[in-house]
Design a protein around this ligand. Structure first.
Ligand SMILES: Nc1ncnc2c1ncn2[C@@H]1O[C@H](COP(=O)(O)OP(=O)(O)OP(=O)(O)O)[C@@H](O)[C@H]1O
Ligand SMILES: [Mg+2]
Length: 319
């Protein structure tokens, strides 16, 4: 914090650079989480004391398979309820709000396994991402002219996003006919229909071919450039290094480290979390990417398979 009484360490720290410790305060946090905890039977999946996410930055959330990253996203965005904890987004209390209300407030997420609805067209999927501003009022939505105007506005917004993501030629195709990478793009474009201030992407690059990965990375940077905040889960450290301003590391439900990707790559606790405490070499994440195996796993199987809704949609796409 910028408390002048905080002592010499605070006075000499770079003004914009948060402390590289778990739960460090940020100068302008868009999301502040306190004491959030979620257990499944005896397993504590998420147990985060304090976490702040800086506004208008790209923050990576990394950690071994089963660390609790997806569960954390589920909790924060209202897709799951914690056993305890509070969190605020843009200063507003978000605990207890259902997912659609969270999205209306400007916090939107995508899923590890894509949720594009295969039997709907690309355009129909996009429209589902729009938050009904006016239609929210049932009686007003009965006013046909108002409803039509809003439909047009939503379609125009969808068209411009599809053009931006170079998917406009697929407008009328069924989402089920898209490649895995195209579905990831569609999901990101659909999330943007809600005009989020914070977009949370759960493994946006998993299963995406290298050419499309580059374009996805470009899109993520653009989101920051246009003033949004991005938090994303990723196993590929090359991707993390390329686009993250800040990295948060989770293991066994807790935040174990925070810092720049250089700091994280050299952090002993992080290496231990990935490799186990018994390894003897002075491995660095840069030299020998210990996350590569995770990446391959998650690309094929969605690793932990915890998201029942995801699984449903996945099977829908295959039927
Ligand atoms: N609905 C659930 N029921 C029971 N256990 C669950 C459920 N959801 C998650 N878990 C468990 O909670 C832990 C955290 O899972 P989570 O999917 O959040 O991890 P993750 O960090 O996203 O992993 P990955 O990198 O593999 O996606 C795992 O042990 C998982 O098996
Ligand atoms: Mg996950």
């Amino acid at each position: 914090m910028s408390d002048p009484a905080a002592g010499p360490a605070a006075a000499t720290a770079a003004p914009d650079k948060p402390e590289s410790v778990p739960g460090s305060t940020k100068s302008d946090p868009i999301l502040v989480v306190d004491g959030i905890r979620r257990s499944f039977g005896g397993l504590v999946a998420v147990d985060v004391d304090h976490l702040e996410v800086e506004r208008n930055k790209i923050t990576a959330l990394i950690g071994p398979n089963g660390a609790g990253k997806t569960t954390f996203f589920n909790l924060i965005t209202g897709f799951d309820a914690p056993n305890a904890g509070t969190w605020s987004f843009n200063g507003e209390d978000m605990a207890q709000l259902p997912a659609h209300r969270v999205a209306q407030n400007g916090m939107v997420r995508t899923f590890q396994l894509t949720k594009a609805l295969s039997r709907l067209t690309v355009m129909e999927n996009m429209k589902l991402g729009a938050q009904r501003q006016r239609g929210e009022n049932f009686f007003r939505s009965l006013n046909h002219r108002g409803w039509r105007a809003q439909e047009h506005e939503i379609e125009a917004r969808a068209d411009s996003l599809l053009a931006r993501f170079k998917m406009d030629h697929m407008r009328e195709e069924f989402a089920g006919s898209l490649s895995g990478g195209q579905r990831k793009l569609l999901e990101m474009a659909r999330a943007l229909m809600a005009e989020p201030a914070l977009i949370m992407l759960d493994e946006p690059m998993a299963g995406v071919n290298p050419a499309l990965t580059q374009s996805l990375l470009g899109h993520v940077k653009e989101l920051r450039d246009e003033g949004r905040t991005v938090m994303f889960v990723e196993h590929d450290m090359d991707v993390v290094r390329d686009i993250s301003d800040w990295v948060i590391v989770m293991a066994e439900g807790r935040i174990i480290a925070e810092g720049t990707h250089e700091e994280i790559g050299a952090n002993r606790d992080v290496i231990d979390a990935y490799l186990g405490r018994d390894h003897d070499s002075a491995l660095t994440i840069d030299e020998e990417n210990p996350f590569a195996a995770d990446e391959a796993d998650s690309a094929t199987a969605g690793s932990s398979g915890n998201d029942s809704e995801d699984t449903e949609n996945e099977s829908e796409s295959e039927s």
